[in-house]
Design a protein around this ligand. Structure first.
Ligand code: GDP
Ligand code: MG
Length: 441
């Protein structure tokens, strides 16, 4: 796996320091192989690797993760970002009905998706109607009717026995029917071909022009791998689309198509289909797809755990010291840095007993002031950090000058430190943290 290969590449890099250029190049080669194996298109791999190299250059080797894990973490974060970060919601029309048109090759899963989407929307309180605009295949209309019945939604189709109908007219007429029967969402199923051709594009494009959909979803089979890019480009240029749906993710495709289509068309992936049943369907989750493309969901979980344990171990170490009253400014700084790494300051609250009381004290500490506090503490000598009592007026002046702040801020910090220490000792006493005096003694 990618993890094993990166581990052997980065084996000799331990402890503190930064990744060297040679490390980064070797790493990039491994990531490149992994992405190609996942069917990501070559130009997309190139752009992606360039981004990763850039980020890896600045990365410090952390205490929590080994270098291989750290690179995997960066790669994963970038993948998630490129795959879309947050999932986009469907655009709804200001005046109903909202029209959602499905486009894609034959067999991509459009008709199945029409049912899935309808069921999902119905679950959210909408009243969808399916529209049969695939009049090419003999069974297409019947298939959509079956799907609609399973989903428990209405379907609009031309009368049988009228010969080959006009899909553009069906699409147009369906809107009147939707207004009449008060359907707020109309899902237009269209015909596909086995390959990209002009006739198909023209028909889809005519239907689009006739009903001006809020969303045109390009439906693509994740199993087609590298071909996803050319197909997506053809649909982008021939019909245009606003979002992508990946289907057949229950198969063994690694999902590189997702990354390629997203990168090449710039359109968001909105839904994922993973089975033949109507409920095998979900909003697209970039994080899940990223770990699938990397092929290492387990490793990512381990990385997350390693980081959590590391932060927790640091917090516990400090908590033990707090209990014995030995808290130093050094610990104070370490805590603040650990907190910042974990994200919003409030996260720390959950780890400390008696958190409620701390809330007010910590609420005033924003990110910026942590930077200043950090600068001040860094400007102290080790002796001062260990025993703040020795910080007299002249030392305060020196520290303030050295860290570019006002003497008042140094005073504030020292006072705040004493307050925190006192408060924590009281808490330790009350809750019986290690070394606390009260609790059961
Ligand atoms: P269309 O030609 O684009 O309308 O594609 P269909 O909806 O008719 O689907 C083609 C075939 O793929 C059918 O046999 C579906 O049951 C199957 N199918 C569609 N979506 C999925 C999926 O997510 N997973 C699997 N395993 N099969 C799917
Ligand atoms: Mg179909």
């Amino acid at each position: 796996t990618l993890s094993d290969r990166l581990t052997s590449v980065l084996q000799n890099l331990r402890g503190k320091g930064r990744l060297t250029d040679a490390d980064i190049d070797a790493t990039a080669r491994e990531i490149r192989i992994a992405l190609l194996e996942a069917d990501v298109a070559l130009p997309v791999v190139r752009t992606f690797i360039a981004k990763i190299k850039e980020r890896a250059k600045g990365a410090e080797v952390s205490g929590a993760l080994n270098p291989a894990q750290q690179v995997i973490k960066i790669v994963n974060e970038e993948l998630v970002a490129i795959l879309g970060g947050e999932t986009r919601r469907l655009n709804l029309a200001k005046t109903p009905p909202t029209v959602i048109m499905l486009a894609g090759l034959q067999g991509a899963g459009k008709t199945t998706l029409a049912g899935k989407l309808a069921r999902w929307l119905k679950g959210q309180g909408h009243a969808p109607m399916l529209v049969a605009c695939d009049l090419q295949r003999p069974n297409a209309v019947t298939q959509l009717q079956v799907v609609a019945e399973r989903a428990g939604v209405a379907v609009y189709a031309p009368e049988p026995g009228n010969g080959v109908g006009d899909p553009v007219k069906v699409a147009r007429d369906s809107l009147d029917e939707a207004r009449r029967a008060q359907h707020d969402v109309v899902i237009v199923d269209t015909a596909g071909r086995l390959g990209v051709d002009e006739e198909l594009m023209r028909q889809a494009s005519d239907i689009r022009a006739a009903v001006s959909p809020e969303e045109v979803l390009f439906v693509v089979d994740a199993m087609i791998g590298q071909d996803a890019v050319t197909t997506a480009e053809a649909f982008r240029d021939g019909v245009g689309f606003t979002g992508v749906v990946l289907t057949k993710l229950d198969g063994d495709a690694r999902g590189g198509a997702a990354l390629s289509v997203r990168e090449v068309t710039g359109m968001p992936i909105m839904f994922a289909s993973n089975g033949e049943k109507l409920e095998d369907f979900d909003a697209f989750h970039p994080d899940r797809m990223a770990s699938r493309i990397l092929g290492m969901g387990d490793v990512l979980t381990l990385i997350e755990q390693a980081e959590q344990h590391f932060d927790q171990a640091q917090a516990e170490k400090a908590a033990a010291k707090i209990g014995t009253g030995e808290l130093t400014l050094e610990d104070f700084l370490e805590q603040m840095l650990a907190v910042r790494k974990m994200g919003p300051i409030a996260n720390l609250l959950g780890m400390l007993p008696g958190a409620g009381q701390m809330k007010d004290a910590l609420a005033q500490v924003d990110e910026k002031s942590i930077d200043r506090l950090q600068a001040i503490i860094r400007g102290m000598t080790p002796a001062e950090r260990n025993d703040p009592k020795i910080i007299n007026a002249s030392r305060r002046l020196r520290i303030a000058k050295g860290s570019g702040v006002q003497v008042r801020e140094v005073n504030d910090l020292v006072n705040r430190f004493y307050d925190a220490k006192k408060m924590m000792q009281q808490m330790a006493g009350r809750f019986g943290m290690p070394g606390g005096r009260a609790a059961g003694k």
